[in-house]
Design a protein around this ligand. Structure first.
Ligand code: FAD
Length: 231
């Protein structure tokens, strides 16, 4: 059920030099599924859709993680004082796990990791049997990788993380460049029959859809979450 409530600001956590998590109180009636988003209204017409980056099993709070820009929205976020309230409306969207698959491939571009982090931490907490879960995570460089340690140590059976970096300095066993059809075919067994969840800026999501089409993945095996508002 979609609801609207005033949420109290609790905590700010810097995830990378350009990605910051903001934690707020969770209303008892605010129930969401991992992968969904909400409308975050800071007043003065400053409203953005933002994915919940924490998982539903964390019952005391909600959190989103924003890529910081020089926008008025980000300036307002940075000026929030602890205890101040903002307006939350949600949950919205259906970028969620529908069923379990033999192989599920999550593809995240930069800040597009937010709904995927929610889904993966939820899977870890629920300890349900899953098939193979592969995360292909593209970023600019090492320091740009949000939730790095956590994602590298998730306790999900049959889980495998692949980093793809534009600049791989300081990291070993990572791919150099962008996530591509070539990398997908190398890392995903029987890649044309796997199921994919792709999240990130529109340009990245479109590029991955093209890459998947080129290796014969059918459209109904692909779910996407486009972060409109980023180039
Ligand atoms: C479903 C969904 C989930 C998202 N989740 C996240 C998240 O978890 N973390 C995150 O950092 N970002 C997320 N975004 C993107 C976010 O809503 C903002 O659009 C983005 O962060 C840019 O905001 P800004 O304050 O940095 O810049 P702004 O200056 O506010 O926006 C940049 C430009 O994009 C345009 N724009 C802004 N929002 C939208 C929109 N929703 N649709 C079309 N044009 C728009 C503005 O008019 C402006 O021209 C999500 C977007 C969607 C649609």
């Amino acid at each position: 059920m979609i609801m609207e409530y005033p949420a109290k600001f609790l905590k700010r956590t810097e995830r990378t030099p350009t990605a910051v998590s903001y934690r707020f109180t969770r209303h008892k009636g605010f129930s969401f599924t991992a992968g969904q988003y909400m409308l975050v209204n800071l007043g003065d017409k400053l409203v953005h859709p933002l994915s919940l980056s924490n998982c539903p099993e964390e019952s005391n709070f909600i959190e989103f993680t924003k890529r910081m820009t020089s926008s008025p929205y980000c300036s307002r976020l940075e000026s929030l004082e602890k205890g101040e309230t903002i307006n939350i409306k949600g949950p919205l969207g259906d970028f969620c796990l529908a069923e379990s698959h033999e192989t599920l491939v999550m593809v995240a571009g930069g800040i597009g990791i937010t709904p995927i982090r929610s889904i993966l931490t939820s899977l870890e907490k629920k300890k349900e049997n899953t098939g193979k879960v592969i995360l292909l995570y593209g970023n600019l460089n090492r320091e740009d990788i949000a939730f790095k340690d956590e994602l590298e140590t998730l306790k999900i059976p049959n889980y495998h993380l692949v980093h793809v970096l534009s600049d791989p300095t300081g990291m070993e066993n990572v791919y150099h460049g962008f996530i591509s059809a070539d990398i997908i075919s190398k890392e995903v067994p029987d890649c044309s029959n796997a199921h994919y969840m792709v999240s990130g800026p529109p340009v990245m999501v479109e590029a991955i859809k093209k890459a998947l089409a080129s290796i014969d993945v059918l459209g109904d095996h692909i779910r996407t979450d486009m972060f409109l508002g980023y180039k």
